[in-house]
Design a protein around this ligand. Structure first.
Ligand code: ZN
Length: 293
């Protein structure tokens, strides 16, 4: 969960990731914010246009679905055309279970449940020019641009590739986009593991990287778990009668759930199992030995 970037910050993030950007006139203030909430945002949603004259369609929409239909359109040459900014008519209503999974960065998301949540408020929407008939190709430069723009937003927000979803994963009503979202998320994750194009060498990170949700099984013993508990206590989220200590247990789960609730997660997204986004915000100092300790 995050406050949406500003338009300027979005452009900076796209450039830093090596995206070819074309800014169309008025895009920064072209949105549907007068029709409902914009943010907090939880991820990036990808679509295909399923039609021709995509630029005009995405900017203006139709009589029944007014534009903008997305923040940006990725054309076949790999250019990201910025057409709107803010709430756009791209996602419509979708699955609460999928939103919870994306928020907690559990991947792949579950099959979509009934339409229940306003996705236009919760996702950055991007359209990808394609007829969507299963025969129209997605050229390599176009998929590379999708990877880069998704990584740009994930990097800016401290998200992983699990925060990127396809429209068809959001609602049973849709089939777009017609490429593998699992593969696209893997591409985004590999890009995130490297530095953005053109960036200078990174400083040595001062905080422990996310060891993965699977690390946190009951009975796991690690110096890192003590460090997590100490941070939770420092944040006022400690729920320990004794400790914290090196063995992952019930009190750690309760404490971590308190931290997730502090960040605004609810329900299944505040289950006490660390996810990448909440982990990155906890900023656990280096133990020197990491998860292997
Ligand atoms: Zn769509």
């Amino acid at each position: 969960m995050a406050t949406p970037l500003t338009a300027d910050a979005l452009v900076r993030a796209l450039h830093a990731e090596g995206v070819t950007v074309r800014e169309h006139s008025g895009w920064r203030t072209h949105n549907r914010n007068h029709k409902g909430a914009w943010g907090p945002v939880h991820g990036v949603m990808l679509h295909h246009t399923a039609g021709t004259d995509s630029l005009r369609l995405c900017r203006e929409g139709t009589a029944v679905l007014p534009g903008p239909l997305c923040i940006g359109l990725v054309t076949k040459d790999g250019t990201v055309h910025l057409l709107g900014f803010g709430r756009t008519n791209h996602a419509g209503a979708g699955s609460a279970a999928v939103l919870a999974a994306v928020t907690a960065e559990r991947t792949p998301p579950p099959p979509p449940g009934p339409d229940a949540v306003d996705g236009n408020a919760r996702f950055y929407g991007f359209e990808i020019e394609n007829l969507g008939n299963g025969r129209d190709p997605y050229p390599a430069p176009q998929l590379a641009a999708v990877e880069r723009l998704s990584a740009a937003l994930c990097r800016a927000h401290g998200w992983g590739g699990a925060s990127v979803v396809g429209h068809r994963e959001w609602t049973r009503r849709k089939i777009d986009p017609t490429f593998s979202m699992t593969r696209m998320r893997a591409r985004v994750d590999s890009r995130l593991a490297a530095e953005p194009a053109g960036a200078s060498p990174p400083p040595v990170p001062s905080h422990e990287p996310f060891p993965g949700a699977a690390f946190f099984v009951p009975g796991r013993r690690s110096e890192l778990i003590t460090a997590v508990g100490e941070r939770l206590v420092a944040e006022g989220c400690g729920r320990y009668a004794v400790g914290p200590g090196p063995v992952w247990g019930r009190a750690d789960v309760l404490s971590y759930a308190a931290w997730q609730r502090r960040l605004g997660y609810t329900g299944a997204a505040a289950d006490g199992v660390p996810g990448r986004a909440s982990w990155d915000r906890l900023r656990v100092p280096r133990t020197g030995r990491g998860a292997a300790a």
